[in-house]
Each structure stands twice: as structure tokens, then as C-alpha cells.
Design a protein around this ligand. Structure first.
Ligand SMILES: [Zn+2]
Length: 88
């Protein structure tokens, strides 16, 4: 069942309470899973912003990290209340 939280007034954040943004440093490590073996590796956001080629330390599988993934990751963090520092 899909519940749209925006239609449940009791779950809304009271307007008087300022939403607290958590600012993350640009070098925050982001765990990303390997497509081939699910091995999790940490990459800093600074590194990911350069859209690097990611090579798995476990199985050696490598793939290109894309702009789309970077935007998706950024959006996902914003939705959780995290904002990344643009500077390193
Ligand atoms: Zn792997």
C-alpha cells in the first residue's frame, strides 16, 4: 500500500519549526554497491563529482559513474535533509 505522507496533516512538520538542514562536507564518503558483486565501496563526493570510472576492489568490475547518478544521489540526500557543501 502506498501512503502519500503529504495528505496526512498530522505527519507534517509544524510551520514554526525551521527545517534543520544537515550540511555534509564535500568529502563525505558515499557507499556505492558494485553492480556485479554487490561489494560496497566508499567514494567521496568530491571524487564522484568528477564522474570517475569506478572500479570494484572485490571483483575488478568497472563502470562509468554518470551525471544522472550524481544528480539522483544529490536529490536522495536532499530528501533526507542532507545538503552537500559545494566546496571541498
Ligand atoms: Zn564487484
Amino acid at each position: 500500500m502506498v501512503v502519500n505522507q503529504s495528505v496526512q496533516p498530522q505527519l507534517r512538520t509544524p510551520k514554526r519549526v525551521a527545517r534543520v538542514a544537515n550540511i555534509l562536507p564535500a568529502n563525505t564518503p558515499m557507499p556505492l554497491e558494485c553492480d556485479a558483486c554487490d561489494h560496497e565501496q566508499n567514494y567521496s563526493m568530491t571524487h564522484l563529482r568528477t564522474l570517475p570510472r569506478l572500479t570494484c576492489q572485490e571483483c575488478g568490475d568497472s563502470r562509468q559513474f554518470s551525471q544522472v547518478e550524481l544528480v539522483t544521489l544529490d536529490k536522495a540526500l536532499n530528501e533526507l535533509g542532507y545538503y552537500l557543501n559545494k566546496k571541498a
